[in-house]
Design a protein around this ligand. Structure first.
Ligand code: NAD
Length: 250
């Protein structure tokens, strides 16, 4: 992506940036002039990314989206290192394969805690900062927030909830000049999807059966995230950008 400084002056927090799309979002946002604090429960590519992007624009922490105390620590770190955050990308997520009939309550709750409660805690943690100068929240949902898939029961419950929370938050925060939207990726080439690509299940159709006959590249999802974080989307709130190569049009 060309460096056009579309995010100059933006100070962003991104969850789940040790691998996959979180890494791509961090890279794209720094390339566009943002300063980014990212975090993940794992170390993963965090140290490499800090070396690549440089400490003047990027910081990586270890933290858990299900912990309100961790969110407060991340926001405090951002305020100290770069200033008041004005963008949040709620990206961390898990997608274990569980069917309605077989999922245990603990397994169900774990997905809800990370994908749904984590998104809520992130939004609540940044609202006081975003109220200072306005801002943009980008919640990562999924095509699994538009349709059903077999064997992803808790994941689908959590991602439909993310779309609902996005609309509720957008209405509550509009008067504070805080926009809240989702990006809904289709199948995207990350460790998450590779982990179950070989699993015998109905959840993942082969890439050749998709309208564009391939998965998305992470950068193709990051382009929508950058747009929603930028002032180019200044009148967009409470809605979704679906980046799925036509999957939900079928
Ligand atoms: P990924 O598994 O490659 O990366 C997800 C990251 O989230 C990991 O680094 C993981 O350690 C982190 N994470 C998990 N639990 C965490 C926690 N409690 N606290 C902090 N970090 C935590 O997945 P990805 O494909 O990059 O997915 C990113 C987002 O996009 C997720 O919300 C996912 O549901 C969504 N999504 C992915 C696809 C796809 O096809 N890959 C499609 C639609 C939506």
């Amino acid at each position: 992506m060309a460096d056009r400084n579309r995010l100059a002056g933006k100070i962003a927090i991104i969850s789940g940036a040790a691998r996959g799309m979180g890494v791509s979002h961090a890279r794209a946002m720094v390339e566009e002039g943002a300063r980014v604090v990212s975090f993940d429960i794992n170390d993963g590519e965090g140290s490499d990314l800090t070396r690549e992007l440089g400490a003047s624009s990027f910081a990586f922490l270890q933290a858990d989206v299900t912990s309100a105390a961790d969110w407060d620590r991340v926001v405090a770190h951002c305020r100290n290192q770069f200033g008041t955050p004005n963008v949040l990308v709620n990206n961390a997520g898990i997608s274990p394969l569980h069917s309605l009939a077989d999922v245990t309550e603990d397994e169900y709750q774990r997905v809800i805690d990370i994908n749904q409660v984590g998104t809520f805690l992130g939004m609540r943690a940044v609202v006081p900062s975003l109220r200072e100068h306005g801002g943009s929240i980008v919640n990562i949902a999924s095509t699994a927030a538009y349709v059903g898939f077999e064997d992803l029961f808790p994941y689908i419950a959590s991602k439909w909830a993310v779309r609902g929370m996005t609309r509720a938050a957008a209405l509550e925060l509009a008067a504070d000049n805080i926009r809240v939207n989702t990006v809904c990726p289709g199948d995207t080439d990350t460790p998450m999807i590779r982990a179950f690509a070989d699993t015998p299940t109905g959840a993942l159709p082969p890439a050749e059966e998709l309208p564009m006959k391939r998965w998305a590249r992470p950068e193709e999802i990051s382009a929508a995230v950058v747009f929603l974080a930028s002032d180019e989307s200044s009148y967009m709130s409470g809605t979704d950008i679906v980046v799925d190569g036509g999957f939900t049009a079928q």
